[in-house]
Design a protein around this ligand. Structure first.
Ligand SMILES: Cc1cc2nc3c(=O)[nH]c(=O)nc-3n(C[C@H](O)[C@H](O)[C@H](O)COP(=O)(O)OP(=O)(O)OC[C@H]3O[C@@H](n4cnc5c(N)ncnc54)[C@H](O)[C@@H]3O)c2cc1C
Length: 308
């Protein structure tokens, strides 16, 4: 019987582990398919406080793990297949084996949607990115034309943020009006550096041979015409999918699958808490995920004190 099981090993999971370990609850962290979470897929993280020169994403996550383990956190490379939250202790099936837990912290993150076009995968982190806040300030994007793919609020936010760095920002959207809220759409289209490209999609990202982004091949969906737009970066902002499917029938989510937190990090099931990007469609940063991991750990600790 575990006192605290933490599902996920990104910044939210490891921070929750650090705090619950220091509270002597010996948490068990189930890493899932991606030990260390999304940050392990990036090279330099420049906006996590405490690292003035920036830090490699994999190294940052390894340090978080070591820090939590130093205080007694236990690590298992397991994947949760299903959960039964109908009664305490809760029951999890991890790689076919049953596990009992007095409290659970869900920190399973969210995956970004891919365009699925040639060049996207090959040029990821070489000019293709899914987060303007994370990567927009990198030197390679400064004073260069940039492309944002998408037409919702997130795409508009990304485009507006990128106007600080790029020479021009092309917003490529498959329709002839933005899906974003009216105020956001007006602000975006009114910006002198943002150029909408309507009725179009990114059909290919160039240039795999040069091993960096040099342009985007655009296809007009109405005319079928293809054009090449030279650019140094392609920012893909077509949404995120929270990794919450396995909890869906038991834990309340919004229409997009993000877990709805109640007071603090509580969910609709007392004793099950949530942290990080699986409950956050707004900020989606390592530091906000870590902050909510800390909050979930404190909430779980207080819950255990009140409900031993
Ligand atoms: C390329 C890239 C670059 C980024 N750069 C930055 C940056 O510079 N600065 C910044 O602040 N943010 C950056 N981000 C965003 C940042 O990575 C996320 O906001 C952060 O990782 C979210 O943390 P999390 O703990 O909520 O989830 P994640 O880091 O996504 O971790 C989720 C964890 O849950 C596990 N999991 C999922 N399902 C299961 C399951 N069924 N069973 C067990 N485990 C499971 C996964 O294996 C993983 O360990 C970047 C993201 C990407 C993709």
């Amino acid at each position: 019987m575990e006192k605290v099981v933490i599902i996920g090993s990104g910044p939210a999971g490891w921070t929750a582990a650090l705090y619950t370990a220091r509270a002597q609850l010996a948490p068990l962290v189930l890493t899932g398919r991606q030990p260390g979470g999304l940050l392990t897929t990036t090279t330099i993280v420049e906006n996590f406080p405490g690292f003035p020169e920036g830090i490699d994403g994999y190294e940052l996550m390894t340090r978080m793990q070591k820090q939590a383990e130093r205080f007694g956190a236990k690590t298992s490379f397991g994947i949760v297949e299903s959960a039964d939250f109908t009664r305490r202790p809760f029951s999890l099936v991890v790689d076919g084996e049953k596990l009992a837990a007095q409290t659970v912290i869900i920190a399973t993150g969210a995956s970004h949607r891919h365009l699925g076009v040639p060049g996207e995968h090959e040029l990821e982190n070489k000019g293709v990115t899914y987060c303007a806040t994370c990567d927009g300030a990198l030197p390679g994007f400064r004073n260069q034309p940039l492309v944002v793919a998408g037409g919702g609020d997130s795409a508009c936010e990304e485009a507006l943020y990128l106007t600080r760095f790029g020479s021009e920002v092309f917003l490529v959207h498959r329709r002839d009006t933005l899906r974003a809220s009216k105020i956001m759409a007006e602000r975006t289209l009114g910006h002198p550096k943002i150029r909408p490209v309507w009725d179009s999609v990114v059909a290919e990202i160039l240039n795999v041979t040069q091993d960096k982004v040099t342009g985007a091949k655009l296809k007009n969906l109405k005319t079928g015409a293809e054009t090449v737009l030279p650019c140094a970066g392609v920012f893909i902002a077509i949404g995120h999918m929270p990794n919450t499917q396995i909890f869906k029938s038991q834990i309340t989510t919004d229409e997009n699958g993000f877990i709805v937190a109640g007071q603090g990090t509580t969910t609709n099931v007392p004793g099950v808490f949530v942290a990080g990007d699986c409950a956050d469609h707004v900020y989606r940063q390592a530091i906000t995920a870590a902050g909510s991991g800390c909050a979930a750990a404190i909430d779980a600790e207080r819950f255990l004190t009140a409900n031993p």
